[in-house]
Design a protein around this ligand. Structure first.
Ligand code: GLP
Length: 260
């Protein structure tokens, strides 16, 4: 596992974009796993800016979403499919029909999950972007999720519904159920890039990277993957243990990089 600690969240976006662009530029048919949520907004903006400056093309890229709310159609403003349209695909030369997600309005969750697993088997993700929930969730794999889990329907925890209420007009509109790639599905990606910013992520990040591996902290499964890059700002990294380095002292523009 490689850990990159930067001074602030704007630098998380830059370092994350460096990793994505390096992968896309070097790969003939890139397959990108894309996360949603506040943590990735800056990273996607950085990718859009680089594309606008003609530094990178996503014309040959396919993108796969991690998860989706049950009950929200692909055009619903709060659906994750629409989030990726708003923040990523429409800002790049990434065609909408090269973006794949779970159908939140399906009548048959099991068939939808199996169909998505088959698609992911066919188009193996080369680089998966992930964030981390404050309770250690990965995609929508809430605490208690099996580390071998595959794509399936799950209920959300009260904390995640509260955390995500900011994206909805009214908190009672946050769906109670989701479709999500499983932990086992996510671990199939060749490389996983985790981005985390802010003090509110520090406990989850420390538990995921340094705590016991187990279903109470689903993101701890990343410890079992051979190619994970964690990009965190000093606040998010503040509870990590790496020698005696005081992370608050990471200088602006000079990331601290270590392998663990
Ligand atoms: C959301 C998503 C995750 C995301 C996480 C953190 O609910 N399902 O994929 O990584 O929770 O969200 P944020 O980046 O907004 O803190």
């Amino acid at each position: 596992m490689k850990l990159i600690v930067v001074a602030e969240s704007a630098e998380v976006a830059v370092s994350g974009a460096d990793l994505v662009c390096d992968y896309v530029a070097k790969t003939t048919s890139p397959v990108l796993g894309v996360a949603t949520g506040g943590s990735v907004v800056g990273l996607y903006r950085e990718l859009a800016q680089r594309h606008a400056r003609k530094e990178i093309s996503f014309g040959a890229t396919r993108a796969f979403l991690l998860d989706e709310y049950v009950g929200l159609g692909a055009d619903h403003p709060q659906s994750y499919r629409q989030f990726i349209r708003d923040h990523l695909s429409t800002q790049l030369d990434l065609h909408d029909d090269c973006v794949f997600g779970l159908n939140g309005t399906t009548a048959d969750f099991d068939a939808e999950a199996l169909h998505y697993e088959r698609l992911l088997d066919k188009h193996r993700v080369g680089l998966q972007i992930v964030g981390i929930g404050r309770n250690g969730h990965l995609a929508f794999n809430e605490p208690g999720s099996s580390l071998a889990s595959r794509t399936r329907v799950l209920p959300l925890s009260a904390q995640t519904r509260r955390d995500n209420a900011r994206f909805f007009d009214r908190s009672e509109n946050v769906p109670s159920f989701v479709l999500t790639q499983g932990i086992g599905t996510i671990l199939q990606a060749a490389r996983i890039v985790l981005v985390a910013s802010g003090a509110h992520k520090s406990t989850a990040l420390a538990r995921a990277l340094e705590g016991p591996v187990g279903s109470r902290v689903p993101a701890s499964a990343l410890q079992l993957h051979a190619d994970v890059v964690v990009v965190a700002d000093a606040e998010a990294a503040s509870e990590l243990t790496i020698g005696d380095l005081p992370f608050e002292a990471v200088p602006a523009g000079r990331p601290f990089v270590t392998t663990r």
